[in-house]
Design a protein around this ligand. Structure first.
Ligand SMILES: [Zn+2]
Length: 82
């Protein structure tokens, strides 16, 4: 079984984000909420295109998917709902 991880990119790091987590771009200050991303809304860029949100589908798990975030310039601020 292959998960198809890419290893050809040096600057982008996927990161697993739990649901109900805020992801803020430190460049343009746009905030994303991880739970808004799922199979039907699977991809987003922030205004300055620093951040790229996506999802990774998980099989054989009670979780349907994880949200992943990649970045080009600077990593996002990630914080839980208060
Ligand atoms: Zn941005």
């Amino acid at each position: 079984m292959s998960f198809g991880f890419k290893s050809d990119s040096t600057k982008e790091k996927p990161e697993y984000i739990p649901k109900k987590t805020f992801i803020e771009c430190t460049e343009c200050e746009q905030v994303f909420i991880s739970r808004e991303y799922n199979k039907s809304n699977a991809e987003a860029f922030c205004k300055c295109e620093n951040l790229h949100l996506g999802i990774r589908i998980i099989q054989n798990s009670r979780f349907e998917n994880f949200v992943t975030v990649r970045w080009n310039i600077s990593p996002p601020k990630i914080y839980e709902e208060k």
